[in-house]
Each structure stands twice: as structure tokens, then as C-alpha cells.
Design a protein around this ligand. Structure first.
Ligand SMILES: [Zn+2]
Length: 124
């Protein structure tokens, strides 16, 4: 691996900070999944109109809001899975190496996306 230790440390810090932000964002749109009937670790929060204090809100509005939470939860969970994979690669000592062709991933690409697991050409 040609990446310097300083660079790896910098990426590790960025990944850990992103993971914290993701966990915070996830807890704002969803609650930790208590059952195993929903894929992922989080279940989107269902906000009823009584709870959001909007008397004019209809069931359809509630369902729309729920659908948005489902989308946001799915996006955040997918990103979290990427970040966790990258952190696992850091621990395994394989971070910064393309998972497909095993060439070094450029520092430029990693700075843009610290969770990148594929080099630029394999990602295309
Ligand atoms: Zn590659």
C-alpha cells in the first residue's frame, strides 16, 4: 500500500466523524429497530398528525411524511454500511486498495469519498 500513515489516519478520522453524523441523522428520522421484521437496524419513525401538531394534516400527508422517512432512512443506512465497510478495511489493513482490481485508490478519490472501496476505473 502506498498511502502514508498520516493520510490513512486522516481518512480514519473523517470516516469516524461521518459515522457519528450518520448515527445522529438516523436517530432523527428513525428509531432503532426492535424487531427483525424490518431490514436494517433502524425502523423509520411514523409521525402521526397528533404528534406533529398539525390539525389540517390528513392521513395521506402522514403517509407521505412516512414515505420520506423511509427513503431517508434507506439512504442513510446504505451510506452507513459503506462507511462501516471502509472502517473494517482500515482495521484489516486493506483500506485504500481497490476491492476489485487491488490497485491503490487515488488519494484524490479517497479525499472526495473516504468510504470509496473501488478505484475510479472499477467504479465506472
Ligand atoms: Zn479497481
Amino acid at each position: 500500500m502506498s498511502h502514508t500513515l498520516d493520510f490513512i489516519n486522516e481518512m480514519q478520522l473523517a470516516l469516524e466523524q461521518e459515522l457519528q453524523t450518520l448515527n445522529k441523522d438516523l436517530s432523527s428520522v428513525s428509531s432503532p429497530d426492535v424487531g427483525d421484521h424490518v431490514a436494517g437496524d433502524y425502523a423509520p419513525i411514523y409521525k402521526h398528525s397528533d404528534e406533529v401538531g398539525d390539525e389540517n394534516s390528513t392521513l395521506a400527508d402522514d403517509l407521505d411524511a412516512h414515505a420520506v422517512n423511509v427513503d431517508v432512512t434507506a439512504t442513510l443506512e446504505a451510506r452507513k454500511a459503506h462507511v462501516e465497510q471502509a472502517i473494517a478495511a482500515l482495521e484489516a489493513g486493506t483500506y485504500g486498495v481497490c476491492a476489485k482490481c487491488e490497485q491503490d485508490i487515488s488519494e484524490e478519490r479517497l479525499m472526495a469519498n473516504p468510504a470509496a472501496l473501488l478505484c475510479m476505473s472499477c467504479a465506472q
